[in-house]
Design a protein around this ligand. Structure first.
Ligand SMILES: Cc1ncc(C[n+]2csc(CCOP(=O)(O)OP(=O)(O)O)c2C)c(N)n1
Ligand SMILES: [Mg+2]
Length: 805
């Protein structure tokens, strides 16, 4: 029997009775998973639970049009969509709830993220790409509300590029002619975030195949739409984005559908998907009248903030209840049939849950058994047998032990027996070390790539010069490098404000849009967060974006997405997804508060997971771009703003030479003091070193070149061993990046033991740079200040030779 679900005469959908009942059963199973999941948290078996109850129906409707190759960029309510599409299984959902730290059990995050944070694996274990066109894809979820939106821009934009760029057709693992749709989901309250509006606008401007669903349950935790959304109605606000009917012009198709109305939901998603797949145009689906039967999460109870009337309404309009009523009233199934199915499904979910729990717990129980056996051996030998027996008893009685319980007990035992030796203690120490090693692998790996694709392992190719090598302006050197890169790497796509037609504000891309076309080199709106998101989404789909943020000061707008999404991606998926985004920016040397700031400490500490490159000139910038494009990792590169018009010699191998990451360069050898700096400060430091030379002080100036990674071979230590004195210089705030460099050299490299004088940091003022040349001089470290600090250090050492000034 086929059931017709029709909303108008031009568009007919019919589903078989079995398909409808299958939908009902999946909705029901998903609800049971939520109920049981909550119970597991309440009973202490899991730490936190957030579930998709009350939002099952729109997700089933979405799943009807979700095809292999498509992408989801959503949030924690999407379990039903995940189950229906194969993005997650119910057992994987429980494994994640229990924090099962194993990729095989929780492919989304290997136990690193809380429950309902979905994500498919795009990469094989060896780091090679899977065929993304034959699997359902989900970008790895993040918790900050609306942060799933910026990358949805790029995920959808990739479909457009794959359809329109001939050179992309060879990359068949990523797209089948750009037919892939991106399904973005977001809550009503999160639609109050700027990221939502910025991303909607970007999707509209780029005209890309995204279907954005807003699940409207009237609340964002306890706060109602009255305080979230003007007019309390998101689709009314979005009206201005609507595409006029019957015309193929700009904008979105907008659907407003009740979350319990199955035929209407099926109808809306079919229409939206057709438009997205064929026309590549976006839609917004505002799903209203949704509920939260279990409340927001396990952290609180909704009875505290929802009225009795509201709770009664939610019970009445529960989407599964309404779906059930509809199925019975349409004669698709009887109440008895559904009751029987429900009973079976409840049992099934319990079985799945139990399996997930045992799979999680058993390896830990085995670890405990091993530990107890080791304890028993040691108890027979040690003079601390009583304390060890008590420790053993303590871990033996824990019903569901954690590995940290075992680690702490072993640690305590090793401390107690610290004055003893023998094989029994040695075996325990070995076991403890093995646990630390395994735990490091469970929780601390994959921040960066190791081996294949790692930027650090790209071999160095030195620049070559000949008599004919031309001397050009800095920007022309970059321009030649970008030209060669676009030629060499068909997946390279560059974009940013003024990057397309103008070729960027300093002309690094001059003429390249004309040469490579408006899709390879393009302009964007002023929307830094979604420029970044655009890059992340594209990179997730195999493209190689260079995303330009016009000035370093405006990286702040994109910093949250860089930090929360890009920087954590490889780590939070334990190597399951990567996005080798190159963020290009320029800074440190223009004018005034917001064009010459140095926010470096904020950045380096917030984006671990990226490489941070600070080339002092454009040749070095070009070499770093070449290195990054041969690797598969994300990075931020900051060009020195006043370097574009300084003359440099163009390497003959501009398209090939690479500069290694994490390798400082000695710019001026010296014997008395080591001066460590980077980027724009190199020039000032060299000037100061020349002046100090005239005063009889021989300064070794070192350019660290990259802040992340930092001096991986400990070359700076070698310089310090020679000079015994060290100064760190930059234009960040006091205690900022100079303090970071100081820690790297003195603590990590062990430099403290080579110091003959106290270390010194020379920085900018704690405020932003003031306007004008004098404002700049007294806001940032200047040549005279560096001279004075270094001179004072030598005066302290030898006042006779270096009398006070
Ligand atoms: C940027 C940010 N602010 C606050 C939170 C805490 N928070 C988590 S969910 C949530 C409410 C979201 O409501 P809504 O978007 O309507 O989604 P719903 O949970 O109702 O489905 C809040 C405030 C967060 N995760 N991220
Ligand atoms: Mg809500």
């Amino acid at each position: 029997m086929a059931v017709s679900l029709i909303s108008n005469t031009s568009f007919k959908i019919s589903l078989s009775r079995d398909a409808i009942i299958a939908d009902y059963r999946l909705a029901y199973r998903s609800r049971v998973a939520s109920l049981i999941g909550r119970r597991e948290v309440m009973s202490g078996k899991a730490k936190f639970g957030i579930f998709g109850d009350g939002k099952e129906l729109p997700q089933l409707a979405m799943a009807h049009v979700f095809q292999p190759g498509d992408w989801r960029s959503g949030y924690y309510r999407d379990q039903t969509l995940a189950f229906a599409t194969g993005i997650s299984s119910i057992q994987e959902f429980f494994a994640q709830l229990y924090a099962h730290a194993d990729v095989a059990a929780d492919p989304a995050s290997a136990g690193r993220m809380m429950d309902a944070h979905f994500g498919t694996r795009s990469l094989n274990e060896d780091g090679t790409w899977r065929d993304l066109t034959s699997q359902p894809n989900s970008a790895s979820d993040v918790s900050p509300t609306a942060s799933q939106m910026p990358r949805a821009v790029g995920l959808a934009y990739a479909s457009k590029l794959y359809r329109r760029l001939d050179e992309q057709q060879q990359f068949s693992k990523f797209s089948k002619g750009g037919r892939e749709i991106v399904f973005a989901t977001i809550g009503n309250a999160s639609a109050a975030e700027g990221l939502f509006w910025e991303s909607i606008n970007a999707i509209g401007v780029l005209r890309v195949p995204a279907i954005v669903t807003v699940y409207d349950d009237g609340y964002g935790i306890s706060v109602t739409n009255e305080s979230q959304i003007a007019k309390e109605n998101i689709s009314e606000l979005l009206e201005g984005f609507r595409r006029p009917p019957g015309e193929c012009c700009d904008g979105f198709d907008i659907y407003v559908v009740k979350g319990w109305d199955y035929p209407a939901l099926i109808d809306a998603y079919h229409k939206a998907a057709d438009v997205a797949r064929i026309e590549q145009m976006p839609s917004i689906v505002h799903v209203s009248e949704l509920t939260q039967p279990l409340g927001h999460s396990t952290s609180g109870s909704q009875e505290r903030y929802k009225s009795k009337e509201r709770l009664e309404w939610e019970a009445e309009y529960d989407c599964i209840k309404k779906f059930r009523e509809w199925i019975i009233s349409e004669g698709i199934a009887s109440a008895d049939e559904l009751n029987r199915a429900e009973e079976e499904d409840r049992r099934t979910i319990e079985v799945i849950r139990q399996r997930a729990w045992e799979d999680y717990l058993n390896p830990i129980l085995i670890d405990r058994q091993e530990l107890i056996a080791l304890f028993e051996n040691l108890i027979r030998k040690t003079s601390h047998s009583e304390e060890l027996s008590a420790l053993k008893a303590k871990i033996q009685v824990i019903q569901a032990p954690l590995r940290r319980d075992l680690s702490a007990a072993a640690h305590q035992a090793l401390f107690l027996t610290r004055q003893e030796t023998g094989p029994a203690r040695q075996a325990l120490a070995g076991w403890h070390a093995k646990l630390q090693y395994a735990s490091h692998d469970r929780y601390n790996t994959s921040l960066y790539l190791e081996g294949a694709g790692s930027a650090v392992s790209v071999p160095e190719i030195k620049p070559t010069y000949s008599q004919n090598s031309p001397v050009l302006m800095g920007f022309e050197v970059l321009n030649a490098a970008f030209d060669a890169a676009l030629q060499r790497e068909p997946r390279l796509i560059a974009f940013g404000e003024d990057l397309g037609r103008l070729g960027d504000v300093n002309q690094g891309f001059r003429g390249l849009q004309d040469k490579y076309g408006p899709l390879r080199v393009s302009d964007t709106g002023i929307r830094e967060a979604s420029i970044l998101g655009q890059a992340i989404g594209m990179a997730l789909r195999g493209l190689r974006p260079i995303a330009e943020i016009q000035y370093l000061d405006y990286v702040l707008y994109a910093l949250q997405i860089t930090s929360d999404d890009l920087a954590t991606l490889l780590w939070r998926t334990k190597g399951g997804q990567r996005a080798p985004v190159i963020i290009r920016t320029r800074g440190h040397r223009l004018e005034g508060v917001w064009h010459s700031g140095s926010l470096m400490a904020g950045i380096i500490h917030l984006v671990r997971g990226l490489h941070i490159l600070t080339p002092r000139d454009m040749t070095r910038a070009a070499g770093f771009y070449n290195t990054l494009l041969r690797a598969e990792e994300p990075a931020l590169l900051i060009e020195v703003l006043n370097g574009y018009r300084i003359k440099e010699t163009l390497p003959d191998n501009i398209g090939e030479f690479t500069i290694p990451l994490g390798v400082p360069e000695v710019l001026r050898p010296g014997e008395d003091i080591t001066l460590v700096t980077y980027g724009a400060c190199c020039r000032i430091a060299l000037e100061a070193a020349e002046a100090l030379d005239r005063a009889g002080i021989d300064v070794e100036v070192i350019d660290v070149q990259t802040l992340l990674p930092f001096d991986i071979h400990h070359n700076i230590l070698e310089s310090l061993k020679k000079t015994g004195r060290i100064v760190f210089v930059d234009e960040d705030v006091p205690g900022g990046t100079t303090a970071y460099m100081l820690q790297e050299v003195l603590e990590k490299q062990g430099g403290y033991s080579w110091l003959d004088s106290p270390p010194c940091t020379i920085t900018g003022q704690p405020h932003r740079p003031a306007y004008g040349s004098d404002g700049d001089y007294w806001s940032k470290p200047n040549t005279e200040q560096i001279f004075d600090s270094v001179y004072a250090m030598m005066h302290e050492v030898n006042p006779l030779k270096y009398p006070g000034i």
